[in-house]
Design a protein around this ligand. Structure first.
Ligand code: UDP
Length: 397
């Protein structure tokens, strides 16, 4: 069975037929996707599935990753923080480094395609080396609704040169002289991260990770990043623990474009204070089956982000039929329909309260999980995302 046929078994009826019709409009065109990391984080995760699917449906699709020095990734991490509203000191030297590395990458990469899709701020300045012909699309995955203005004004000079920009939520759009589109991110239901696992497979994987299954599991899967609020998760767990004997698993790794991870991880270790019921797992970037098994083993999944682009870990957990408690941030709010597909919370106490009430109510957990899965089927699977891209490309011509 080819992959498109396999999707038919999980996506809403008629989806694949509709995609084939849309693909007719752009068949044979060349797409070039460019981002800043091959593994780690939601963007890489999505590209790993989208790129082969574009090919399967009849387009040429290449994926390139920009390379840079440690200094460059420190600079882009500061940009990332500043664009998501955290005060950062951005010096002229940092802007210089950003421009130089983008220039170097432009020299190394062939930027020739019918549609060049640039993801996030790190490679945004590649547009300075645009060749004639192709359409350039800037796909922003982060929350830039209230950025530090210095960082945004710097980035904006590049963004306005694109043919169009895509954001993950309506609230993330900015005042720009180019058309802006909304495309929700998505997960791949057939990937190792999300496919069904047999109970033997699941037990084997959890056994290898040494995860005891003797009490309910609260799980957060996230890069160790302050915006993901792992310390808040530990505090919420501690409050809930007063009433329920639960275990907390914080599973994460680091992305190659995220130099802050080590520092946050050591803060988390300190906060956990050798509590035997807190398991901190550092996973390699290809631990997809492990994350899949952990999400399936969880009783409740947490994603207590303070700022979030979209929050694919929420989608992943919902797809596995789990009730999710998420921070009231970014795309988490469009996924968690309050009280139906999950709960979004504003505080540690709010998270603890919802953990407490969900642990007390197994029927609600089951119903919420079922509704969450159907919500993802209709709105957040890769086939819907592919359709959005095809329609946008057909529009751009
Ligand atoms: N992820 C992973 N390993 C980790 C942490 C996260 O594979 O240690 C995956 C996670 O399953 C999800 C993605 O990385 O698919 C994170 O996407 P999300 O949108 O939640 O957050 P981002 O990291 O992009 O801010």
């Amino acid at each position: 069975m080819n992959r498109l046929e396999a999707y038919k078994e999980v996506v809403p009826p008629g989806t694949i037929e509709f995609l084939m019709l849309l693909a007719e409009k752009v068949r044979g065109k060349r797409i070039l996707e460019i981002n800043s990391t091959q593994v780690g984080g939601g963007v890489a995760e999505m590209l790993q599935s989208l790129v082969p699917l574009f090919r399967e449906i009849g387009l040429e699709c290449a994926w390139e990753v920009i390379t840079g020095t440690e200094e460059f990734f420190n600079v882009t991490k500061s940009f990332h923080n500043a664009l998501q509203g955290r005060e950062q000191n951005i010096s002229p030297q940092m802007l210089q480094t950003y421009l130089e590395i983008n220039r170097e990458n432009a020299g190394r990469l062939s930027l020739d395609a019918d549609y060049v899709i640039i993801h996030d701020p790190q490679p945004a300045a590649l547009i300075e080396n645009r060749k004639s012909g192709g359409k350039w699309i800037w796909r922003c995955h982060i929350d830039i609704s209230s950025p530090q203005l210095k960082a945004w004004n710097f980035l904006r000079q590049f963004v306005v040169k694109y043919d169009t920009a895509i954001f993950s939520l309506p609230g993330f759009a900015r005042k720009l002289p180019i058309p802006q589109f909304l495309i929700y991110p998505s997960i791949d239901p057939l990937s190792d991260k999300n496919r069904e696992l047999s109970s033997e497979e699941q037990s084997r994987i959890l056994g290898k990770l040494n995860i005891p299954l003797d009490k309910p599991i609260l799980l957060q899967v996230s890069r160790f990043d302050r915006f993901k609020d792992p310390l808040g998760v530990i505090q919420a767990y501690r409050l809930a623990k007063k009433h329920h004997d639960v275990r907390l698993i914080l599973a994460g790794g680091s992305a190659t474009d995220d130099p802050e991870g080590e520092v946050v991880l050591s803060e988390v270790r300190t906060a956990a204070q050798n509590d035997p019921d807190i398991i901190i797992l550092m996973l390699p970037p290809d631990a997809h089956l492990e994350i899949n098994a952990l999400q399936r083993a969880a009783t409740i999944v947490l994603q207590k982000s303070l700022k979030e682009g979209f929050g694919l870990t929420v989608t992943e957990a919902m797809w596995k039929g789990k009730p999710v408690i998420g921070g009231f941030a970014g795309g988490i709010t469009v996924q968690l329909v309050y009280g139906v597909t999950g709960f979004s919370v504003y505080s540690v106490e709010g998270a603890a309260l919802r953990i407490h009430s969900l642990l007390d109510n197994p029927a609600l957990r089951t119903k919420m999980g079922e509704d969450a899965r159907e919500y993802v089927r209709r709105n957040f699977l890769i086939t819907r995302n592919l359709g959005n891209y095809l329609a946008l490309m057909a529009y751009l011509g």
